[in-house]
Design a binder for this molecule. Structure first.
Ligand SMILES: C[S@@+](CC[C@H](N)C(=O)[O-])C[C@H]1O[C@@H](n2cnc3c(N)ncnc32)[C@H](O)[C@@H]1O
Length: 412
């Protein structure tokens, strides 16, 4: 395992495994254990010999060295996951005829795995772990190929908690990867995200795209605490990528209640009764003056209202699943665009699960007089360079990304 202070280039391998290489990355992202092990077998080919030889003592030692540091790392994968990985590796070794469990290091790991409670009993909803992801940067000083930063993005998740906001979802991951490949969407712009969950999409957008600012929003208390935590533990990471950590913030925004807050805010700004909140020259101009008052008057904090009014691009991922919430969500998007219909846009990534819900989402966009354009679908999403190697329920090709805009929107 490479030290956190080193940087390695692909192919720069002192042993059988490439530092910061694929196996290590998959392991730290808690990718499916079968994928970690096939990457391990592939990568340890450098050690020579047949596939069976590679599972001999040399590879057993290398495997133990790979798993041991994450096990000691408070920012590592969960114990249950590491136990599954060790057990599966052992089964792989035992399945070959020419090798047996001959490594002391592997025996030590096995002993450790046996101490992890089996999956009996109810899963602990308060058990958390970290998923780590690496944002490759181009070039380096010589500009000769990718340089892997061994400082990962750390995302704390609660795999067994029933709050959907405490896990990572395909659409959020794919949206982050899409933005990293199409930096022009976010570069120099103020971003506001709805339903940010663990914050991974916004953190990657901050680090990869050079936006003006990023404001993440969500609504459950558990989610907001976790979001704040993830922003805190990644301050150094975003800074390393040239983004000031003070410019990525988070706040409360619940879609239904925000509609009322926005109407009240618009009324306060215009001196009217709040019936027409979507005038083109809306309340953005008064945002500073109203921010503090709004913080007292409504659950949407003033900073969030201000960020909503001032943002250029609204982002949201995996927010289309509850048919009862769609009208409010799309209405929030309409209010957002109405502040500056020629230049504001919303980029929404969705995983198609239920056709009726998805159709309703598209119909609601039309109902509110907005247009949508698909900017990545199916294979486009599948083909994006991976940052998030996680263990997702659905395929990336089930994700679609659309831009919602008004008829007068002009891309710049
Ligand atoms: C499936 S999760 C997606 C999280 C994250 N965007 C991702 O892709 O990993 C849906 C998110 O929408 C948020 N959400 C659901 N209903 C909401 C509402 N009425 N107001 C605000 N956020 C909501 C949830 O709290 C959760 O964070």
């Amino acid at each position: 395992m490479a030290s956190a202070e080193t940087q390695g280039k692909a192919g720069d391998s002192p042993g059988p495994l490439v530092q910061g290489g694929r196996t290590e990355r998959l392991l730290l992202a808690m990718a499916p254990v079968k994928d970690v092990l096939s990457a391990f077998c592939e990568e340890s080919k450098g050690g020579g010999g047949s596939a069976e030889d590679r599972l001999g003592i040399f590879a057993q030692d290398a495997f133990a060295a790979l798993v041991e540091p994450p096990w000691d790392d408070p920012f590592g994968p969960s114990d249950r996951y590491l136990k599954q990985l060790v057990n599966r590796f052992v089964r792989l070794v035992e399945g070959t005829e020419r090798t047996d469990l001959s490594s002391d290091a592997l025996a030590g790991l096995l002993a450790r795995a046996s101490l992890v409670p089996a999956g009996s009993g109810a899963p602990d909803p308060l058990a958390s772990c970290y998923l780590s992801f690496f944002l490759d940067r181009d070039g380096g000083p010589g500009g000769d190929g990718p340089v892997f930063s061994l400082h990962p993005l750390r995302i704390r998740v609660f795999p067994d908690h029933n709050d959907v906001a405490l896990r990572l979802w395909e659409a959020g991951s794919v949206l982050a990867e899409y933005l990293a490949e199409h930096r022009e969407i976010a570069s120099g712009r103020a971003l506001l995200e709805l339903g940010s969950g663990c914050g991974a999409t916004g953190l990657v957008a901050a680090a990869a795209c050079g936006p003006k600012s990023v404001h993440l929003t969500d609504y459950t208390e558990a989610c907001r605490l976790n979001l704040e935590h993830n922003l805190l533990v990644n301050r150094e990471w975003v800074e390393r990528h040239g983004f000031s950590p003070g410019k990525i913030t988070q706040g409360y925004l619940e879609w239904k209640s925000f509609l009322e807050d926005y109407a009240a805010h618009a009324a306060a700004s215009s001196g009217g009764d709040g019936d027409q909140p979507d005038a083109a020259n809306g309340p953005a101009a008064n945002a500073d003056a109203n921010a503090d008052a709004n913080a007292d008057a409504s659950p949407s904090d003033g900073a969030t209202m201000k960020a909503f009014l001032e943002a250029d691009v609204l982002l949201a991922a995996d927010v289309i699943y509850d048919i009862n919430a769609i009208d409010d969500l799309v209405h929030v998007v309409k209010y957002f665009l109405s502040e500056s219909p020629d230049s504001k846009q919303a980029i929404i990534a969705s995983t198609k699960r239920n056709s009726a819900t998805f159709e309703f989402f598209l119909e609601t966009i039309a109902k509110y007089g907005m247009l949508y354009t698909w900017i990545a679908r199916g294979e486009d999403c599948e083909a994006l360079p991976r940052i998030f190697e996680g263990n997702f329920v659905q395929e990336r090709r089930d994700v679609s990304i659309c831009r919602i805009h008004t008829a007068s929107f002009r891309e710049s």
